[in-house]
Write a new protein. Structure first.
Length: 244
């Protein structure tokens, strides 16, 4: 799990063109009215609660995955991101925000915050310096992956986005399909709504069309440069897709 695998946007492996079937998209996420503020995932509450017990995924996490899927389907329809892919990643990364007893609050904040090991190049880890923390501390500070989707700081700065802003603003950012929004809109990697949305943005930008085997594999490999990781996410996402 968190100490052994994924770091969003990080890795040193080499991609191989192997055949990887695309996981199913799972039960369709219903069309919802997109609203701003703290209740932005509320329209998906019933959909999530009906699936929580059977899937073993917390309902609040499912709301986040469904919201990200709906928003990206509207703003980047060519991506074809399924909520099951987000769920597969979050399960492997943090057990859906429950790693070491963490819980998801009503507002989506995961508490206590989940952090990975220091990426200091030891024991097979990548060596990644956190430049902002280094400046603040006046010494070298190694990055740690953060939150339920385990983003490293640099990747979060590029793709992080608050999910509770008004839809016009949100859509304008997402439709550009490019990173680097203003700092006040980057949100928090410790908020499962923000993190799921950022993960979706990153996957779509990395893979293109996730309905194709090549696109889906490329997106997951970008998330963590490991063939075994790709297979693990595929198996987990497929299990959710088949769990009707």
């Amino acid at each position: 799990m968190i100490t052994a695998v994924a770091i969003a946007g990080c890795g040193t492996g080499t991609e191989r063109e192997t055949s990887v079937a695309v996981p199913g998209a799972g039960d369709p996420v219903p069309a919802i009215q997109l609203v701003a503020g703290s209740r932005h995932t509320e329209p998906l509450k019933d959909w999530a609660q009906r699936r929580a017990d059977k899937s073993g995924i917390p309902a609040r996490a499912l709301q986040a995955y469904g919201f990200a899927t709906v928003v990206l389907a509207k703003t980047q329809p060519a991506c074809h991101l399924g909520w099951t892919t987000l769920a597969g990643i979050a399960r492997v990364e943090s057990d859906h925000g429950r790693y070491r007893g963490a819980q998801i609050a009503v507002d989506g904040q995961v508490k206590p915050p989940i952090r990975g090991v220091a990426l200091d190049g030891i024991n097979g880890n990548a060596r990644i310096i956190d430049p902002d923390a280094t400046v603040r501390a006046g010494r070298t500070v190694y990055a740690k992956a953060a939150g339920p989707f385990q983003f490293i700081p640099d990747t979060w700065k590029r793709w992080g986005l608050r999910g509770d802003i008004d839809y016009t603003t949100l859509a304008g950012i997402l439709e550009k399909a490019t990173p680097n929004v203003s700092n006040e809109l980057t949100g928090s990697p410790d908020n499962i709504d923000d993190a799921a949305l950022a993960a979706g943005r990153y996957l779509c930008a990395s893979g293109g069309d996730l309905a194709t085997a090549r696109g889906w594999r490329k997106a997951i490999f970008a998330y963590n440069h490991s063939d075994s990781y790709v297979q693990q996410i595929r198996a987990t996402a497929t299990a959710y897709a088949n769990n009707h």
